[in-house]
Design a protein around this ligand. Structure first.
Ligand SMILES: C[S@@+](CC[C@H](N)C(=O)[O-])C[C@H]1O[C@@H](n2cnc3c(N)ncnc32)[C@H](O)[C@@H]1O
Length: 219
């Protein structure tokens, strides 16, 4: 594991309890996030490719009950063992495991869809097209990927809202059009693209992409 991945994993191990407490119930005050996830759920089920979805970069499992309420069967994976431990404790009805999104523990075309909620933002832009290709690999042709990300510019060396916990890590903001281009290079077609202004303590606009897996892996 390279040093920046090691740093990211350690930081999220430290953040896991803080994250679970701070963000419990956060979706209730995020109607845009819910609407995008609802659209993903509806399109996934309508595609007729199943209901199993991988929640990649699942953190403490915040999204699992909501995805299940939309008729989906989520399986969470995360780089951080600390996050996975908290997710298993707080959401025992769901499956969780430790894995890197660049090397997923799922066979080819085994998932109806994939959710990447603020987990691709830690990859430098150059690393995102291959990551999209790995995500496309596990989705059945015609299935969907939904992702939320920071719509902006540049590398941000920060501890985010967790200042004071003694951890730092890099995240990369990217204009929505560039994010969409990388997804297309990774094997997806763009079905829906959206965004919203920052809310509460957020410091930049948030971007959303809903992508369909073409079944072709161009990389
Ligand atoms: C901002 S949190 C979001 C968690 C969750 N998706 C949510 O919305 O509550 C980002 C998560 O992505 C995970 N992550 C970062 N890089 C990853 C990678 N390469 N593979 C898997 N998970 C990763 C982190 O460990 C962290 O738990």
């Amino acid at each position: 594991m390279d040093s920046s991945t090691e740093e990211l994993r350690h930081a999220h191990d430290v953040l896991a309890e803080w994250y679970a407490e701070r963000l419990a119930g956060a979706l209730e005050s995020m109607p845009v996030d819910r609407a995008v996830l609802n659209l993903f759920g509806e399109l996934t089920l309508a595609a007729g490719v199943g209901s199993e979805v991988a929640d990649v970069g699942c953190g403490t499992g915040l999204l699992e009950p909501y995805l299940a309420s939309r008729g989906l069967a989520p399986h969470g994976v995360d780089l951080s063992p600390g996050m996975i431990e908290v997710a298993r404790r707080d959401h025992p009805a769901f499956r969780f495991e430790v894995a890197d999104l660049r090397d997923l523990p799922f066979p080819d075309a085994s998932q109806a869809g994939v959710v990447c909620w603020y987990s691709l933002i830690f990859l430098a832009p150059l690393d995102r097209a291959p990551a999209f290709a790995e995500l496309a690999r596990v989705i059945r042709p015609g299935g969907y990927l939904v992702t939320a990300f920071k719509d902006g510019d540049g590398r941000h060396r920060r501890s985010g809202r967790s200042a004071g916990l003694g951890v730092e890590f890099d995240s990369y903001w990217l204009p929505a059009r560039e994010m969409a281009d990388l997804a297309v290079r990774g094997g997806f077609e763009v079905v829906f693209q959206g965004g919203r202004p920052p809310q509460g303590p957020e410091s930049c606009p948030q971007g959303y992409l809903l992508l369909r897996a073409s079944g072709l892996y161009p990389l």
